[in-house]
Design a protein around this ligand. Structure first.
Ligand code: ASP
Length: 591
């Protein structure tokens, strides 16, 4: 049997009079006594079909989401009954033949777009959820985005090369997902956090231009923009410097934005250094859809008599302020900001409200001279009603606290502009709260100056850069170290002993000894990009089968226990305390 000869979503008034065969799902059924109107939905769209139940014995049993095939004549809808919201709304198909291809059980939730369905239920029945237009549109947009990426890069001479997913554990900042080996009992593979070292080896291997839509795995705490497994557009190029990478990624983003959103992005994207981003916006991923900037007020208070400010300056700190506008907070709302600042690590927060006459209302106003108040008003461009927030602390904390307030008060709802930005010149290393140096990006990023890195690692700058879109980090990359000695120096600064470096990365450093070309690259998180393009607050909305915040797939029930013999084959037993906890949970579940 033929199922169809025409696509439902493509019918227009031009088709009136044609006999067509369509196949799809009965999305809505309206029985109007003697005539049934059915919205037939398939991948290209929806068209109304009209069934006379008297002439079709199967019509009576038809229910929502039955899969059907119909034949009939396209006709113009009677005047006044057109549906301007539907692309096919001027026509309907008068059914002469109806076949039920398969029935549907009663639905666990209405597929109606307006129905508000619990996310767990949506994920449990994801195959039904994706019949709804929201997820369907998101997955289509994702496919369009990926197609644009492949097209631009293939045309630019990049080769799409797969790298393995069962690899040696390599550090990229997150916890590895481990896979036990059956053939080498007691040994483990790791799933790649990214193809980082393999793409570098492809450069050693002479490919010069590589890309891949790569699956990556990071066992991190889930957030609304993170998943255990995710896809990256991963690229690498030889004889390249930073600006080659930036221009290539910009060309990709221009094509993606054009194909997905129909907008033309202006290039080059603006660039900020990491330091500028922190100083002016309090974050390394500023949302520049709104201006709100942090101002350094330290100079204005150099001779202040206000103790809290004076002592912050004396101990090498800064005084910085942010005008969050006329936020209309009550006294208790303002005081709550002080608690928030303290939670973020600040010693305190000063708030001031600009009164109608231009004076400042604040518990500390009386400690500031008239000149200081005037300077502050000018630096923060205060106008009546504005709330001014001031932090006197170490620069890092002032940035962190004011950056959070900037995000909270500045981010306008429903702002659908695409604001791309490069943040460049990241540091090579970051200090952990315990004072240890860790790689700020990953340990394969080249420092701007090797000598400087060796003598003052804590402040050394890397040739590393991030792409930011509307306040989210879309991706990162760097110029790589291609000199094995520099690579070893980085391991040494990271406190990795020569033995350990040899054991973990000996194979990689060895490869660098065979005439490695200078190279650089980048990776872009695809779900994050598509979720922003689609205006989705959560990346799960642009992933076909996502996991929940606790790493569970409600549809298949993974992760799940495995049979003892499967574990035995891998030489693995659950630790006694884990087994006991599971037994106890199973026991308490039973009664
Ligand atoms: N491998 C890096 C990451 O996944 C990206 C890169 O440096 O190319 O973040």
């Amino acid at each position: 049997m033929n199922y169809r000869d025409t696509r439902a979503g493509e019918l227009t008034r031009e088709d009136a009079g044609r006999t067509v065969q369509l196949a799809g799902w009965a999305a809505r059924i309206r029985d109007q006594g003697g005539v049934m109107f059915v919205d037939l939905r398939e991948a290209t769209g929806v068209v109304q079909v009209v069934i006379d139940p008297a002439s079709h014995s199967q019509a009576e049993s038809l229910r929502r989401e039955f899969c059907i095939s119909v034949s009939g004549e396209v006709s113009l809808r009677p005047a006044g009954s057109e549906n301007p919201d539907l692309p096919t709304g001027e026509v309907e198909v008068v059914v002469s033949e109806l076949h039920i291809l398969s029935a549907s059980q009663a639905l666990p939730f209405q597929l109606d777009e307006r129905a508000d369905v619990d996310e767990l239920v949506r994920l449990r029945y994801r195959y039904l959820d994706m019949r709804r237009s929201r997820v369907a549109a998101n997955l289509r947009a994702r496919s369009v985005a990926v197609a644009a990426m492949r097209r631009v890069l293939t045309e630019a001479g990049f080769l799409d090369i797969e790298t393995p997913t069962l690899i040696k554990s390599t550090p990229e900042g997150a916890r590895d997902v481990l896979v036990p080996s059956r053939l080498q009992l007691g040994d483990f593979y790791a799933l790649p956090q990214s193809p980082q070292l393999f793409k570098q080896l492809l450069m050693v291997g002479g490919f010069e231009r590589y890309f891949q839509i790569a699956r990556c795995y990071r066992d991190e705490d889930f957030r609304s923009d993170r998943q255990l497994e995710f896809s990256q557009l991963d690229i690498e190029g030889s004889f390249w410097g930073r600006d080659d990478v930036l221009a290539t990624i910009e060309a990709v983003m221009v094509a993606v934005a054009r194909d997905v959103r129909g907008v033309e992005l202006a290039t080059p994207f603006p660039r900020l250094t990491y330091q500028e981003a922190l100083d002016r916006y309090g974050t390394d991923k500023p949302d520049l859809r709104f201006a709100m900037e942090i101002a350094d007020l330290s100079d204005h208070f150099a001779a202040t008599e206000f103790n809290a400010f004076a002592s912050a300056l004396e101990s090498g700190g800064v005084i910085r302020g942010l005008n969050v506008g006329a936020a209309g907070l009550s006294r208790s709302g303002l005081d709550a900001l002080v608690d928030d600042a303290k939670q973020a690590g600040a010693a305190g927060l000063v708030w001031m409200v600009v009164e109608d006459d231009g004076s400042l209302r604040s518990p500390v106003a009386k400690f500031l001279s008239a000149d200081e108040q005037a300077a502050l008003m000018e630096a923060l461009a205060g106008t009546p009603g504005d709330h001014l927030l001031i932090v006197a602390d170490r620069a890092r904390i002032a940035a962190e606290v004011l950056g959070r307030f900037r995000t909270r008060f500045g981010s306008p709802e429903g702002h659908d502009e695409l604001n791309f930005l490069w943040v460049v010149d990241f540091p090579v290393f970051e200090e952990t709260p315990g004072g240890e140096l860790v790689a700020a990006h990953h340990p394969f990023s080249a420092p701007v100056d090797v000598e400087d890195m060796a003598t003052s690692p804590a402040t050394a700058i890397a040739q590393a850069y991030d792409l930011v879109l509307n306040g989210s980090e879309l991706g990162s990359g760097s110029v790589r170290i291609h000199d094995p000695d520099v690579q070893q120096k980085v391991f040494e600064i990271l406190g990795i002993s020569p033995d350990e470096a040899e054991r973990r990365f000996g194979w990689f450093v060895e490869a660098l000894r065979y005439g490695t070309p200078p190279h650089a690259g980048f990776a872009v998180g695809i779900a994050r990009l598509v979720s922003i393009l689609q205006g989705e607050p959560n990346i799960r909305e642009v992933i076909a089968f996502p996991k929940t915040q606790t790493g569970v797939d409600p549809l298949t029930g993974s992760p799940s226990p495995v049979d003892d013999h499967q574990l035995a084959e891998l030489g693995i037993a659950l630790r006694p305390e884990v087994q006991a906890a599971r037994d106890e949970a199973a026991g308490s579940g039973a009664d």
